[in-house]
Ligand binder design. Structure first.
Ligand code: ADQ
Length: 452
């Protein structure tokens, strides 16, 4: 019998280079899709960027191949640094002043999507299923539809904005046409799915319920919220060395109460506003001074894009100002860690923190919120109502991430929350998160993709 394989297509490969060789990347997509790929056998197609095993090398346990799409440096800059990160990323997160509508970016995006299509068409065998990931590859489903006969799925990991915002793109129609090459399109929340359907209707497609008509075909649009590897976080939360690390972090905080923020350093994550809200909190609730510490972890991200370097400069400045105004001999109000941590280390931070302050200005989902609530044993989650995760984590304290006074009040509420209420909220959150397990996400999506 013919072995029907799975082809995952994403901008990045699910492996990281380490001194010991290639290891599976942690978090997000790799965790979601590698186990499925291993079980079924298949190929992961990604752009090659600096990390260069020989094209087509069989990596991992022999069941998973990684095929790389080589992109010339200039094209990579236009496709990734340009159209993906300076057009689609800010637009979909409603940062319209950061959108740079440059035609040459779009041309490189088209070229790169075509190269992905060539690679997939080359390795595709009759009966394979193709699962395309995210905003880097919106044109790919249609390019593939013209060349292969198998099922094509697409998942969009960031917010699909309102149709009025999407229409700012001069190439909006082609992008929507591109993604409608898929049989099934997935989003994290109903809001994003509805925004997409309205956008398709605006460009003249017939929309019925959650389906879009494209010629003879009906494309289905579904909501599949991505979760985390909850088993892995439950295991980490039980490990003695993680507990020891958490105790060391508590000692470092030197206070009874620890507040935590964890993000990539990205302007969508609301880090600057969060720091200002913490400053406001210390001003408005002075009795907390000396009794609470805030640890903010920020992973370096997209450092070649100027908006990210500018953000780093501003964050450094506000961190310095807060420490400068409140520091006492016996109290460090804020510590800022500009680095990437392992999952073990993050779990220790999650265990140590009494409150997680996760306040993106927009976020497709936000897996950090899920990781914290699942790992913490007695903590309170304060979460932005503009993160996709807020649709599901209703027992968090939900805040408007732009409202500094509101965040300050939420912090006070979280820190004073009675033990019983903390436990009730946390166990409800854990229950919800365990139902959203990451591997279930991939299986449910692929199961639905098989249906006509
Ligand atoms: P991201 O914007 O990267 O992902 P998020 O979902 O919060 O955002 O994080 C992804 C992973 O990165 C998490 O597993 C987290 O542990 C890890 N991570 C974050 N900061 C870290 C740090 N300082 N050190 C180590 N690891 C760190 C995009 C979308 C999100 C969507 C995901 C998945 O922007 O909205 O939830 O894809 O679809």
């Amino acid at each position: 019998m013919k072995n029907m394989g799975l082809i995952i297509v994403a901008n990045r490969a699910p492996f990281r280079r380490t001194p010991q060789g290639l290891v599976p990347a942690v978090g997000g997509l790799a965790t979601a899709l590698l186990p499925v790929l291993e079980a079924q056998g298949g190929t992961w197609v990604a752009a090659s960027t600096g990390f260069k095993p020989h094209p087509g090398t069989t990596l991992h346990d022999g069941r998973v191949r990684v095929e790389e799409v080589p992109l010339p440096e200039k094209e990579w800059q236009g496709y990734y640094g340009g159209f993906s990160n300076r057009v689609l990323w800010p637009l979909c997160h409603y940062f319209l002043e950061k959108v740079e509508l440059r035609r040459e970016f779009y041309l490189d995006y088209q070229r790169a999507n075509r190269r992905f299509a060539d690679k997939v068409a080359q390795i595709y065998r009759e009966g394979d299923t193709v699962f395309v990931q995210d905003y880097h590859l919106l044109l790919l489903p249609r390019l593939l539809r013209e060349r292969i006969s198998g099922r094509i799925g697409f998942f969009f990991h960031i917010p699909w904005p309102s149709s009025g915002v999407f229409r700012i793109l001069p190439w909006g129609r082609s992008l929507v046409e591109g993604v409608l090459g898929a049989d099934l399109i997935g989003f994290h929340t109903q809001e994003y799915a509805e925004n997409f359907l309205r956008t398709a209707a605006y460009y003249g497609y017939t929309v019925t319920g959650q389906r879009v008509q494209v010629g003879e075909r009906w494309v289905r649009v579904e909501v599949h919220p991505l979760g985390i590897d909850s088993q892995r976080f439950a295991e980490l939360a039980r490990q003695p060395h993680v507990h020891l690390h958490a105790q060391a972090l508590k000692r470092l905080a030197g206070t009874n109460h620890l507040i935590l923020g964890v993000d990539r350093l990205d302007y969508t994550k609301g880090i600057l506003e969060r720091l200002l809200a913490y400053e406001r909190f210390l001003q408005a609730y002075p009795h907390w001074r000396g009794r609470v510490a805030f640890f903010q972890i920020a992973t370096p991200s997209r450092t070649s894009v100027s908006a990210y370097r500018e953000l780093k400069r501003k964050v450094d400045e506000v961190v310095g100002r807060i420490i400068g105004s409140f520091l006492r001999e016996d109290w460090v109000p804020l510590r800022y860690f500009y680095q990437t941590y392992t999952q073990e280390d993050l779990a220790a931070f999650y265990l140590a923190a009494d409150v997680a302050l996760i306040t993106p200005l927009r976020d497709g989902m936000n897996l950090v919120a899920l990781e914290y609530a699942y790992t913490s044993q007695n903590g309170v989650l304060v979460l932005s109502n503009l993160a996709g995760a807020a649709e599901y984590l209703r027992e968090a304290i939900l805040v408007n991430p732009y409202d500094l006074d509101g965040i300050a009040a939420a912090l006070d509420q979280a820190l004073r929350m009675p033990q019983r209420e903390r436990q009730e909220r946390l166990s409800a959150l854990k229950e919800r998160i365990s139902q959203m397990d990451v591997q279930g996400w991939a299986l449910r999506f692929l199961e639905s993709l098989k249906r006509k």
